[in-house]
Design a protein around this ligand. Structure first.
Ligand SMILES: Cc1cc2nc3c(=O)[nH]c(=O)nc-3n(C[C@H](O)[C@H](O)[C@H](O)COP(=O)(O)OP(=O)(O)OC[C@H]3O[C@@H](n4cnc5c(N)ncnc54)[C@H](O)[C@@H]3O)c2cc1C
Length: 356
């Protein structure tokens, strides 16, 4: 059989594998992507939200000043290249719960760290259909990615300019050596594992922890083009009048099934946020690949120098993958650029043992 030469094999085409594929296709590299979408649908079902101020305490998210400008130019460039629309910048509104919170944000809005992300602060109800008696915080540099359309657009790009195999990676058919990578009839210079919660055998020691999330889909006649976020987020779901509401966080159950408990929890939290009728029209579940220190996992295999990993995107795949896929590719090319906070070396020392 005549070997087919590629520069890179990428395993997995979720948000992580897609961003790596985009970086490599832009550089004119020959790539083979192997993906079996039925293994996990986390990227496909994600609400796609990106928001620089997050968490219960609403603090600036890690590396926001670097990640956010990068993601805007990254997704816009992919839209342009693929002639598809999937990137939707949109303000995010978070109602205040008290006068104290109002005051705190008045103060923060003057700080250079927060000012670039604040569109407006209101001190009286701004959206009559929302529970916001104390007004709220309107954030900019937020929005959502229609992940399904994005993944499909990247997949078509790969099929046109690279190669795509829809199958489970057969690790028995994979040979790693100092000289190259071989998979079935393909020979490659390098392989990058972007397999989400299905950590590959090659990087089996890395602590990817499954965190199940559920969301409901609702239909509601809420008009303003704004993402709501307090207790839950409410993000447009594509069709007019349809929204995704989420999400739950469950480390105990890694099954792909939706549960009545999660639906009840989301409906209860949504009822505290909105003052308009909404009908639940669906429910979805997925499993996020998280890490103990909530930082991504990037790096080179300690034994097989041609094997790399890009994983651990947790709850923030949309904002982390554009920038960190570039960091990974620079590391692959031996430009020492991996930030120690994300380098898998932090786990190699603790967990990796050479195979016998
Ligand atoms: C309910 C929910 C809501 C979310 N909302 C958001 C949000 O609003 N914003 C945000 O930024 N993030 C969100 N996330 C998180 C986001 O989905 C993840 O960060 C992201 O999907 C991780 O992408 P990934 O490519 O690493 O993994 P995955 O999406 O799991 O992709 C891995 C791919 O590799 C394939 N694969 C695995 N093993 C193999 C194998 N052996 N052979 C072939 N293929 C294989 C899988 O089938 C899959 O296609 C949400 C997640 C959930 C569950």
């Amino acid at each position: 059989m005549i070997a087919r030469q590629v520069d890179y094999i990428i395993v997995g085409q979720g948000l992580a594998g897609s961003a790596v594929a985009v970086q490599l296709l832009r550089q004119g590299k020959r790539i083979l992507v192997i993906d079996q979408p039925s293994r996990n649908n986390s990227s496909r079902i994600a609400a796609g939200l990106f928001n620089p101020i997050t968490g219960r305490k609403m603090v600036k998210t890690w590396m926001a000043d670097t990640l956010f400008p990068y993601l805007f130019s990254f997704y816009r460039a992919v839209e342009e290249k693929t002639a598809q629309k999937f990137f939707y910048p949109l303000p995010l509104y978070r109602p205040f719960l008290s006068v104290e919170e109002q005051n705190e944000w008045m103060g923060k809005s003057a700080s250079p760290a927060y000012a670039p992300y604040i569109e407006k602060i209101t001190t009286a109800s701004t959206f009559p259909a929302v529970a916001d008696p104390f007004g709220g915080l309107l954030l900019k540099q937020c929005g959502y990615l229609d992940t399904e359309t994005y993944l499909e657009a990247v997949r078509q790009w790969i099929a046109q300019e690279g190669e795509f195999l829809q199958e489970d990676l057969d690790e028995q058919a994979l040979t790693l050596s100092a000289d190259g990578v071989r998979y079935r009839q393909y020979e490659a210079s390098r392989i990058i594992f972007c397999t989400g919660v299905h950590a590959s055998e090659t990087f089996r020691w890395l602590p990817v922890k499954p965190l199940k999330g559920e969301m409901i889909r609702i239909r509601a006649a809420f008009q303003p083009d704004v993402i709501l976020n307090r207790g839950v987020f409410m993000v447009p779901a594509g069709a007019p009048g349809e929204w995704r509401v989420g999400a739950t966080y469950n480390f105990q159950d890694a099954s792909p099934d939706v549960t009545p408990q999660a639906c009840a929890e989301l409906v209860e939290r949504l009822n505290e946020l909105i003052r308009f009728p909404a009908e639940v029209i669906g429910q979805i579940a997925g499993v996020r690949p998280t890490t103990p220190d909530r930082r991504p996992l990037l790096g080179r295999h300690p034994q097989w120098e041609l094997a790399f990993v890009f994983n651990g995107m947790g709850t923030k795949g949309v904002s982390l993958t554009p920038y960190f896929s570039e960091v990974l590719i620079r590391a692959v090319l031996n430009i020492p650029a991996i930030n120690k906070e994300v380098d898998i070396e932090r786990y190699n020392v603790l967990y990796w043992t050479s195979p016998k």
